[in-house]
Design a protein around this ligand. Structure first.
Ligand code: BES
Ligand code: MN
Ligand code: ZN
Length: 474
């Protein structure tokens, strides 16, 4: 399949030349306007190329090319038996454009299923970018690494929870660590209890598959003791029933993806070397199944977290913050990094606030906040900064513990305020991806179901020359 670019022009669509094919006539035939998202597939009766596809490029920006890549991928997967496409350099060039186009094409072709009638995965086999400039071609390994990481995050979130329990997640992490040359460590339920990870232990206690804390360490080539250090913490709830404060059926239906943050952390750690990340990164995944049994954590229970802070559990469905608290406290006390970033599908309130196409985040540092916002926009994962508004701190006050895990709203903000003391003053970013972690429909590069939202943003940022200089003072 050959792709031919079409752009909107003042006097009708401008069509890229396509050898001896009268591409302009084809564009007229299909009514192509060059709008982004358009992909008209035209069959050819003979010859090695069986389809021509007219792809709308819009204004040619990275944003448009991401969507053009997605439209092309969908056309190829739908039409071409070998699922192969060739794209000329007139369609895509320039480093940002290459990154965006590759991400769009890879992710729109995401698929996972266990259908019995499977005629092979409906995946894009191959896209050839013909005649790229050297500068643009040099961008390809990074582009593919980011696309692959986002794909991996989606895949992990899509795997059903009958398979994906905390132990399984730890096994995936071990494989990733071996492949990517990362240090790996895992705490089992006994070690978690002995070392005081009371939140992870309590949330995971009712499950037939016990909790785990997973740690991966990435050290860049040439690192010294002065190389800046980042900790990434992911919420790894492999299924969230809500616990004894049980969720209604509709709310529970998508909760296999409640480990999205943990999946993102694993996917990002796996790709750091490929994007040339220059700082040390430790990944922590707090993995537990929030299940129900006679031994389940109860409303009214008081938990003692890593380091000693206590939480009164007024709602067992606010479990994410309980496991994240342990991991943040551990990182602040034992790793003392320059910055901590956590990623979690933490609150339904964030979904209400931002809908399902924008992520929300909180930050203690304005400079990092700007970097995160810019990386999100550049990567196609837009995020909006929310306030750590301490005026609501009284909502999570408890009569018998340091905090109440579900005191009251505004829900996304009070969840962030709950976590903040566990960071012990370390600069901190909290990404709540409950909103954009799931796509209700096919939309450009987003496929219905888990989106892995956050992986592209983090790698876009961590692939930069000095991602932590803004907090270390460079
Ligand atoms: N995993 C949910 C949050 C969530 C909701 C993620 C919708 C994705 C989509 C979280 O554990 C939860 O249940 N939060 C509660 C907190 C409440 C009990 C304070 C919520 O948001 O309702
Ligand atoms: Mn919950
Ligand atoms: Zn949850």
């Amino acid at each position: 399949m050959w792709a031919i670019g079409v752009r909107p022009g003042a006097d009708g669509p401008v069509v890229d030349p396509a050898g001896d094919v009268d591409a302009a006539a084809l564009a007229a035939l299909y009514g192509a306007t060059g709008k982004v998202g358009e992909a008209f597939a035209h069959p050819l009766p003979e010859g090695p190329v069986r389809w021509l596809v007219l792809v709308g490029l819009g204004d040619g920006s990275a944003h448009s090319l991401r969507r053009a890549g997605a439209a092309l991928a969908r056309a190829v997967v739908d039409r071409h038996p070998q699922r192969r496409a060739s794209v000329a350099t007139t369609v895509v060039d320039g480093p940002e454009q290459v990154r965006a186009f590759v991400a769009g094409a890879m992710l729109a072709a995401f698929s996972f299923d266990w259908r019995s009638t499977n005629d092979g995965p409906r995946r894009l086999g191959e896209v050839r970018l013909i005649g790229l400039s050297d500068q643009a071609a040099a961008e390809l390994p990074t582009a593919v690494a980011i696309g692959h990481a986002s794909w991996r995050a989606r895949l992990l979130a899509t795997v059903p929870s009958q398979v994906k329990n905390p132990g399984w997640l730890a096994e995936q992490a071990a494989v990733i660590a071996a492949d990517a040359g990362l240090e790996f460590r895992v705490w089992d339920e006994q070690a978690l209890t002995e070392e005081g990870f009371g939140g992870i232990a309590a949330v995971g206690r009712a499950s037939a598959t016990p909790p785990r804390l997973i740690r991966l360490d990435y050290t860049p080539v040439g690192a010294t003791r002065r190389t800046p250090h980042l900790v990434l913490v992911g919420k790894g709830i492999t299924f969230d029933t809500g616990g004894l404060s049980i969720k209604p059926a509709e709310a529970m239906a998508t909760m296999k993806r409640d480990m999205t943050g943990g999946g993102i952390v694993l996917a990002v750690l796996a790709a750091l070397a490929e994007v040339g990340c220059p700082v040390k990164v430790t990944g922590l995944v707090a993995a537990a199944e929030n299940a129900i049994s006679g031994d389940a954590m109860r409303p009214g229970d008081v938990i003692r977290h890593y380091g000693g802070r206590t939480s009164e559990v007024t709602n067992t469905d606010a479990e994410g913050r309980l496991v994240m608290a342990d991991a943040l406290a551990y990182a602040a006390a034992e790793i003392k990094p320059d910055l901590m970033v956590d990623v979690a599908t933490l609150t339904g309130a964030m979904k209400v606030a931002l809908g399902q196409r924008t992520g929300g985040f909180f930050a203690t540092d304005d400079g990092v906040a700007d970097l995160i916002s810019a990386a999100g926009t550049a990567a196609g994962e837009p995020v909006w900064r929310m306030p750590l508004a301490s005026v609501y701190a009284d909502r999570i006050a408890s009569k018998i513990a340091d905090a109440d895990n579900a005191g009251g709203g505004p829900g996304a903000i009070t969840a962030a305020l709950f976590l903040q003391p566990f960071t012990d003053g370390v600069p901190w970013v909290h990404l709540d991806v409950a909103s954009a972690g799931d796509s209700p429909s096919e939309w450009h590069e987003w496929t219905t179901g888990p989106t892995g939202f956050g992986a592209r943003l983090l790698l876009e940022w961590l692939g930069q020359d000095a991602p932590l200089d803004v907090v270390t003072g460079g």
